[in-house]
Ligand binder design. Structure first.
Ligand SMILES: [Zn+2]
Length: 494
């Protein structure tokens, strides 16, 4: 049986991938593309932020089932803001111990729902070996010790001495390393400057080493983060950034006696987590949430959330979650925001329904599960109001999405992933949310929204027995891999 390797390339976009190959700057990607089922319009998860997407990739479900709403969110039960590390200043204000604990421990051990199984859990329950290299979502059946660097160790006051769970072969940079990887030589890529080894070169080093050792897991998920960091700063150099990822992939391909030999032994899948949108250069491209909500009392980051506070803002770049004190406050917040046409989608729950408005307009759309209109993925929806709010078209009875791919399931997934009076808002094209301390990217790239620019990702499947069903979504990849490994049955073969 072939092994399966899944590369998760942060912020890889279909048009950039195609242009990079056409410009002859990506021989590794070109080799794989020419031998792949290539899907340029695979739909990812909303919010288009790595934490919720990674959890969907390893569980095969949207956030309403796995319960990780975003990179930054508010837990209404513990009254705590959760931050899986976004922004140096918010992390400092909220406490590095709290945020490090959120991302290294709480995400996998507390927040990620036990009602779903990760791909690592399923693979290892079926007596195969699973592996995860540098992915923040990694829950599995084995326990791994965290090796905190001295500076972080002192700051976190031993809170992270608990073991974290993962598959048999697991690494998180230099923080969690199986003995197998001890022979990977220390270099700059593992230093503080490179995120404690959470970088492309170190991930590829570890992958090559695990294969060389003869202990390659049946399934390995490898995370390559650097394309995202570079695109945030200089989206105009997108092709060059992806070409640098390709150099690392070529290093992996060259570790075999031929590139063809790699594909004879492995199914090689490449996917992205989300796209990016270029943000305008002028200050007006920052949507000042505190100013728009100046009539409300807003929770100050780093303080305990007081019961009298009207709203907690959780900024996820091109989207934000707003947690209102009560239903009346929620309505007031919607009215204060809907006048601004820089805000694109405004959505919230009302019992079992989701209500959607659009900034600068008066139209309202309501939708709910178990109605009569099917979408392309076989989910049936009830609808009331103006479907133009989400640019929904009809093909007979069937719903078609364009501007906002898989809009109903993805909004439903985000709003039903959490409790409280929560509103999800997204920024119009070229804009980003501005709120206390959170980083913005004027003139750079950003993501988080429901729009297709942030939401359509390339998917390449090379060397596989099966083809993935179309239209493809990121949440379908888990079952596809289980099928390649002989654990699940291919659709239509039951
Ligand atoms: Zn990013």
């Amino acid at each position: 049986m072939k092994k399966v390797i899944l590369f998760l390339i942060d912020s890889m976009m279909p048009d950039v991938l195609e242009r990079c190959i056409a410009a002859k700057k990506a021989p590794g990607l070109q080799f794989l593309m020419e031998r792949s089922q290539y899907i340029p319009d695979c739909v990812t998860v909303f919010p288009t932020m790595t934490a919720s997407i990674d959890c969907s990739l390893i569980t095969g479900v949207y956030p309403d089932v796995h319960k990780i709403p975003g990179l930054v969110w508010y837990d209404t039960e513990t009254r705590q803001m959760i931050n899986y590390i976004n922004g140096a200043i918010p992390v400092q204000k909220m406490g590095i111990a709290h945020c490090a604990s959120n991302v290294l421990f709480d995400l996998n051990e507390r927040h990620l729902s036990r009602s779903v199984k990760t791909i690592h859990e399923v693979v290892e329950e079926n007596h195969l070996v699973s592996g995860s290299i540098n992915v923040i979502a990694h829950r599995g059946h084995k326990k791994h010790k965290v090796h905190m660097p001295p500076m972080l160790d002192a700051l976190t006051s031993f809170q992270l001495r608990e073991k974290v769970s993962g598959p048999t072969i697991m690494s998180m940079g230099t923080l969690v390393r199986p003995d197998l990887f001890r022979s990977v030589a220390w270099d700059m890529s593992q230093s503080v400057l490179k995120g404690y080894g959470i970088n492309d070169a170190f991930a590829i080093d570890q992958l090559i080493e695990v294969i060389r050792s003869g202990k390659q897991p049946h399934f390995t998920l490898v995370y390559l983060p650097e394309n995202d960091h570079k695109l945030h700063k200089s989206p105009q150099d997108a092709i060059q950034h992806l070409a640098e990822v390709d150099k690392e992939l070529v290093r992996f391909l060259d570790s075999f006696s031929s590139w063809e030999q790699m594909l004879e032994r492995n199914v090689c899948i490449l996917i992205s987590d989300h796209g990016q949108t270029v943000i305008g250069e002028g200050e007006e491209h920052n949507i000042p949430l505190e100013r728009l909500l100046s009539g409300f009392s807003i929770h100050a980051i780093g303080k305990v959330v007081a019961p009298e506070v009207d709203v907690v803002i959780c900024n996820n770049e091109r989207m934000a979650y707003l947690y209102a004190k009560d239903p009346d406050t929620l309505k007031g917040i919607v009215e204060a925001l809907v006048v601004d046409d820089r805000i694109d989608v405004i959505a919230w729950r009302e019992n079992e329904k989701i209500i959607v408005r659009k900034g600068g307009t008066t139209e309202v759309l309501r939708f709910w599960r178990d109605g009569t209109y099917p979408d392309a993925y076989g989910v049936k929806w009830g609808i009331e109001g103006d479907v133009s709010v989400l640019d929904v078209q009809f093909d007979g009875e069937q719903l078609l999405f364009d501007t906002y791919p898989d809009a109903f399931s993805r909004l439903y997934g985000s709003l039903f992933s959490q409790s409280g009076h929560v509103i999800a808002i997204t920024a119009a094209k070229g804009y980003e949310m501005l709120s206390e301390y959170f980083p913005t990217h004027l003139g750079g790239g950003s993501h988080g929204s429901l729009h297709k620019q942030d939401s359509l990702i390339p998917l390449l499947i090379a060397g596989a027995k099966h083809k993935i069903g179309l239209p493809a979504r990121l949440v379908d990849v888990k079952d596809f891999i289980l099928c390649e490994l002989g654990i699940a049955t291919a659709p239509g073969q039951q």
